[in-house]
Write a protein that binds this ligand. Sequence first.
Ligand SMILES: NC(=O)c1ccc[n+]([C@@H]2O[C@H](COP(=O)([O-])OP(=O)(O)OC[C@H]3O[C@@H](n4cnc5c(N)ncnc54)[C@H](OP(=O)(O)O)[C@@H]3O)[C@@H](O)[C@H]2O)c1
Length: 296
Amino acid sequence: MNILLTGPQGQVGTALRPLLEPLGTLTALGRDALDLADADAIRAAVQRHRPQLIVNAAAYTAVDRAETEPELAQAINGVAPGVLAEEAGRLGAALIHYSTDYVFDGSHARPYVETDPPHPLGVYGRSKWMGEQTVLASGTPAWIFRTSWVYGLAGANFLKTMLRLGQERESLNVVNDQWGAPTWARSIAEATATLVQQARNSEDVADFIRRHQGVYHMTNGGATTWFAFAQAIFAQRPECRARLNPIPASAYPSPVRRPANSRLCNDRLAQCLHVTLPDWQDALARCLAELPPIPR
Ligand SMILES: NC(=O)c1ccc[n+]([C@@H]2O[C@H](COP(=O)([O-])OP(=O)(O)OC[C@H]3O[C@@H](n4cnc5c(N)ncnc54)[C@H](OP(=O)(O)O)[C@@H]3O)[C@@H](O)[C@H]2O)c1
């Protein structure tokens, strides 16, 4: 099976690469080889590599910056996934795409399910919702996995910021009124690879994905706040000595409002695709176990 992976240097892409490699012939195209803002380049790349499966782990993920670069965010997150899907469809191939909790405004008191109507609060969320719609409108067999609060040891993320500031600062203010599931990039990659393996074991990957196609929520289990997530990180890393202060989101300056409730219900993934990601505490412990030991 020819697999085309975009965003191989991102958090999820980095985790996906070694897990997809054994499942087929993997072509990984970073931004230097394929700029997703260029629709013609996407069409040419897909036609050249003729994949049976495209895994789109690339995205414009700078949530605040997107407010001042709406066209670019829309091109990469909204238009490009649809072009990838259309081109995959021409080849009889399938697409795996990732989306976000930020398609919701967070006003519900319960975890969001896939059938809840999106209502994004900012440019990034709107661009990701557009991407979901362009993929679904293509008619190409596709899985769209919505995830949340992604972290890992690669890339820039909350975990790495906390590990750094926890050593540099005396005290840190962290938001304590936004709820969500921190999700290890590796957990997303493992779940994705398990599903690709299942599809590959069936008669035809695209047919398998078509039979189960659509939007699925895919996060580590449980939920917490950014503040409690930071506490859990510090509890496992004694070198992080900064005092943690809980603050409301209203006290944290940002050009865009984040959902207060980012919790996504993962039942559909468990019931229809038989995949469950570990609880966020277990995933965090596994991730931190891969950090080099603390020098004495
Ligand atoms: N990060 C989160 O907290 C979070 C939460 C919910 C959902 N998600 C979704 O999960 C998926 C994976 O996110 P992630 O955290 O792995 O993102 P990430 O670490 O920011 O990686 C995104 C990748 O996309 C690449 N990219 C950006 N613009 C591009 C362009 N014009 N052409 C080609 N490649 C481009 C980046 O390349 P460069 O390395 O060159 O910049 C980077 O490698 C995305 O769909 C994201 O929306 C993420």
